[in-house]
Write a protein that binds this ligand. Structure first.
Ligand SMILES: Cc1cc2nc3c(=O)[nH]c(=O)nc-3n(C[C@H](O)[C@H](O)[C@H](O)COP(=O)(O)OP(=O)(O)OC[C@H]3O[C@@H](n4cnc5c(N)ncnc54)[C@H](O)[C@@H]3O)c2cc1C
Length: 424
């Protein structure tokens, strides 16, 4: 072996980097291979939900975020395309102190995590380092073959963690079958100058339309517009002015904001996928984050769940280290404690996109009815919000809730907000 370590992590993204910090703090040696040449740059919309704020706070990193890089947002309004308000969701229903969404400047959270990693575990992240295959001995994984700065390197480890995203090479090398569904619809993101002092989030839903406006730090507004990947080229061919007009039709009172959209370089489009891996662990190898359970970005929970995975797995790896047991059985306790929560979030995000983005007039009427009921029903509002915020691991609505939300049954508990959840 050229190098040896206890835990070899593939991918220094949302999950891998946090795992590196958590393991280093437990005194467990680890090395992270990252194929990119450096920390990520570029535009993307990013919301730090309450559960993610709690994770960063526990790591001592929430206060390390640059103060001007986040914008706390308490109220999110849902409106019909054209501007009629349907419902307002108030994060103040959630337990303090994490009763706000934090809209972040792109990549700032990730850079803060990488800076911490570099300080606490210098040299742990190797950029320009790609996982290639496992090294085996007596049918047992004993490390990986990697390419680092163009050179072939063998790294020995007790366990390999695939934190390498939805198209995970580690998962494939583990021989784990997975369904990887690439969404046709994803978000075109733009960061525009805030001409109107926007303090609250706005979701506009129409017939096959979702347009989101989130106040962002630095007097900016994120515009997220759901566009199918196969219509993106046609949209661009119509030109910037045509898109400005589409947005103005959906949100007529934001015309001045859209006026600051002048060129495509202000936008980014990032497709994404949903991953359902059959199992997350085999003897001496495990996958976390998007490699195990990528989900629709609509949930804004992907990074949060990757971080929770990392914290959960760090505790389990500490036990493995203590008992010298890196078997599938020992590692699968990670999957047992995490799978039901992420599966619920995957379903919730898919269901929300289905109803919010529907073009079916009957479903549109039903959806708008549900929004109007929720506007006056703090119990249902809390149930959905606590799921979106990562505070509950079970589905927000049972069948009775669904009938009540659709207005088919009365809800005697409409004003009753349940006992507040702890962060999970
Ligand atoms: C448009 C968009 C918007 C999003 N918005 C949000 C949001 O608001 N909130 C939220 O919580 N989540 C959001 N997400 C999802 C979030 O980014 C991911 O869920 C999260 O980053 C998952 O972390 P991860 O560590 O599993 O994977 P990633 O962060 O993708 O990291 C995987 C890393 O592995 C590296 N890698 C891949 N293959 C190899 C290899 N062979 N060798 C070495 N390295 C390798 C990659 O370069 C990458 O750095 C969004 C995603 C998209 C696409």
């Amino acid at each position: 072996m050229d190098v040896t370590t206890d835990v070899l992590i593939v991918g220094a993204g949302g999950g891998g980097a946090v795992l590196g910090i958590a393991l280093a703090r437990k005194g467990i040696a680890n090395l992270i291979l990252e194929q990119a040449s450096g920390p990520p740059q570029g535009l993307r919309g990013e919301i730090l939900q309450p559960n993610g704020q709690a994770v960063l706070d526990n790591l001592g990193l929430l206060d390390a975020l640059p103060p001007d890089a986040s914008k706390p947002v308490r109220l999110f309004h849902f409106l019909r395309s054209g501007g009629e308000r349907l419902c307002t969701i108030d994060y103040e229903l959630l337990p303090s102190p994490f009763n706000r969404a934090l809209v972040m400047w792109p990549n700032v959270v990730h850079h803060t995590i990488l800076d911490c990693l570099q300080k606490e575990n210098p040299g742990a992240v190797r950029f320009h380092a790609a996982f290639q295959s496992f090294l085996w001995k007596d049918k047992q994984i004993i490390g990986v073959q990697a390419e680092i700065d163009g050179a072939s390197v063998q790294i020995g480890a007790h366990v390999v963690v695939g934190a390498d995203g939805p198209f995970s090479h580690v998962r494939k090398a583990m021989g784990v079958s997975a369904s990887v569904h690439q969404y046709k619809d994803s978000y075109l993101v733009a960061a525009l100058d805030d001409t109107e002092g926007l303090e609250e989030g706005h979701y506009y839903v129409g017939k096959g339309t979702i347009l989101c406006l989130f106040p962002a730090p630095g007097k900016k507004v994120y515009v997220l517009y759901m566009v199918s990947s196969d219509s993106l080229a046609a949209l661009k061919a119509q030109g910037v002015a045509a898109l400005r007009q589409q947005w103005t039709t959906i949100a007529p009172d934001r015309r001045r904001l859209f006026d600051s959209f002048e060129q495509w370089t202000q936008t980014a489009y990032m497709g994404t996928g949903r991953v359902r891996a059959k199992t997350w662990a085999i003897d001496r190898a495990v996958v976390i984050g998007d490699a195990a359970h990528g989900m629709n970005p609509h949930a804004s929970q992907g990074r949060m769940q990757a971080m929770v995975d990392a914290i959960t797995l760090a505790d389990i790896l500490e036990n493995c280290q203590r008992s010298h047991d890196w078997s599938a059985k020992a590692l699968q306790s990670f999957e047992r404690s995490r799978r039901s929560h992420v599966t619920m979030l995957q379903r919730l995000a898919d269901e929300e996109v289905f109803f919010w983005n529907t073009g079916n007039p009957i479903l549109v009427r039903l959806r708008d009815r549900v929004f109007r009921t929720m506007d006056a029903n703090r119990r249902l509002q809390y149930q959905v919000l606590s799921a979106t915020a990562g505070l509950r691991a079970t589905a927000p609505f049972g069948w009775l809730d669904r009938f009540q939300a659709a207005g088919f049954l009365p809800d005697p508990q409409a004003n009753h907000v349940p006992v507040q959840h702890q962060h999970v």
